[in-house]
Design a protein around this ligand. Structure first.
Ligand code: SAM
Length: 445
């Protein structure tokens, strides 16, 4: 993952530069007017920004991390049922956030942003919940109905996300929503959509402009490979594994702490005072980074094992594995709580830890005419394949960049076998642990 500038990406680089220019310009407007910064100095600063600085070199995540596009068999859209379960499980928390906002702030219109929305139906599932909650709570009095609350949705993800797929499905979504409400003699509140392409580790919105931030299954992604985690410090692993040194594991934790704290600061500036956030993160149950439950580490351990098999077969060079670390971290509830408290910017209104199971009865995991052990074996194999497809839909672009596309099919076939064997032996993997938090921005005096 260590960086060299991508020779063919001069267009993307120029976009980043123009973005950096605008952020830079925004930040310095005040300085310019207050201190009359000399034109010469200002120009020098912009020239510095145009150099391929470390900040640009570290932007590979923005270029290379995205879920598999479209709606083909291997797409994220078709392989994100566990993420869908997480959104369904946190609907009561979203309702609570919206009702609290309405009572406390009584806004005329509401601005809602889904951060790390990816493409496909999941982000629209969240959107539907917001529309339904506003609609259920709206008074039926006809005078008030003439001026209903309006909703502005911002769907955010990295620039390489398949926004087209989501935005192309919006017309149908709006039609179905209108039909569904009409059948019940209702009208959905007017709602509008816009895309915001950019990292949620950067400024995304104007100050005090958003009422509700939502993010599900996204904040475990770090903005970069942990700083100071150099090549060869985590040999044989793609993540925190059983042979990872305590130092390397600590660098992962440090990177998460730095990124999440920065994220909270950015979002609190953008929230209206008293605004809410519902954050759902793939996490673990306790502070043990390897055996802390929650499956991310054990799942990625199996992916490292699959890589090692490919090395033995001569398909992957050992050095490739030794220089790759996946920039992802699943925090514990205590780690999250501590970081929110340390921010002094937010109150924790609710925290929930869920285990979301891959249900063998779900989605034809087992064949109906089979019984007993054969059915169980089949179910394990089907879940193993399902987990492999889900992991592939999220990690393939990053893995393909480093290891090459040619190994991906075999890598995930070996991983699916490893996962099936682990499930058969009663090991972890059958459920994922998810932590959800409802946070409220403090109204600072
Ligand atoms: C597993 S998907 C979850 C998508 C969706 N929220 C859901 O629940 O189905 C994670 C998403 O987070 C996005 N993501 C990761 N890091 C991000 C960042 N720094 N800024 C914005 N989006 C990011 C990824 O591109 C990906 O689309």
């Amino acid at each position: 993952m260590q960086q060299t500038p991508h020779p063919h990406n001069h267009i993307e680089l120029s976009i980043y530069i123009s973005h950096a220019w605008s952020v830079h310009a925004q930040r310095h407007t005040t300085i310019l007017s207050n201190k009359v910064l000399r034109v010469e100095q200002f120009r020098n600063r912009v020239i510095d920004l145009a150099k391929p600085s470390q900040a640009f070199l570290d932007m590979k995540m923005e270029r290379d991390l995205h879920t598999i596009k479209g709606d083909g068999d291997s797409s994220y859209t078709k392989n994100s049922s566990i993420q869908r379960k997480a959104i369904l499980a946190t609907e009561p928390m979203v309702e609570k956030a919206i009702r609290g906002l309405r009572t406390d702030l009584q806004p005329r219109s509401m601005v809602v942003a889904d951060l790390g929305c990816s493409s496909g139906a999941n982000t629209l599932l969240f959107v539907s919940k917001v529309i339904a909650t506003i609609s259920e709570d709206s008074p039926t009095d006809s005078n008030i109905r003439e001026c209903p609350m309006e909703l502005q949705f911002f769907l955010n993800d990295l620039p390489s996300n398949d926004f087209n797929h989501t935005f192309q499905s919006l017309e149908q979504f709006k039609q179905l929503t209108a039909q569904d409400y009409a059948r019940r003699g209702l009208q959905p509140p007017p709602h509008y959509f816009a895309a915001v392409a950019g990292s949620f580790y950067t400024e995304l919105f104007p100050c005090s402009s958003v009422h509700l931030f939502h993010s599900s299954f996204s904040l475990m992604w770090l903005s970069q490979v942990p700083e100071h985690l150099h090549s060869n410090m985590n040999k044989g692993n793609i993540h925190i594994g059983v042979t990872t040194s305590p130092l390397a594991a600590k660098l992962y934790l440090d990177e998460f702490e730095k990124g999440f704290s920065h994220f909270l600061q950015l979002r609190c500036r953008e929230l209206v005072p008293g605004g809410r956030m519902v954050l759902t993160i793939l996490g673990r149950k306790n502070d043990d980074m390897i055996f802390g439950g929650g499956t991310l580490s054990s799942t990625l351990e199996l992916l490292s094992q699959a890589m090692r098999t490919l090395i033995e077969e001569g398909r992957v060079e050992e050095e490739k594995l030794d220089t790759f670390n996946l920039p992802i971290y699943s925090p514990s509830p205590d780690e999250l709580k501590r970081l929110v408290e340390q921010s002094h910017l937010l109150d924790i209104m609710d925290t929930q830890v869920f285990d979301l199971p891959y249900d063998p009865m779900d989605q034809n995991y087992s064949k109906p005419d089979q019984e007993g052990a054969a059915a169980a074996d089949d179910a394990h194999e089907a879940i193993g394949r399902k987990i492999a497809a889900g992991l592939r839909a999220v990690t393939e672009p990053l893995l393909a960049c480093h290891f090459g596309e040619s190994i991906i099919d075999e890598l995930f076939a070996v991983f699916a076998c490893n996962m099936t064997r682990q499930l058969e032996s009663g090991g972890e993997g059958r459920a994922v642990t998810v932590i959800s938090m409802l946070l409220q921005a403090k109204v600072l005096q």
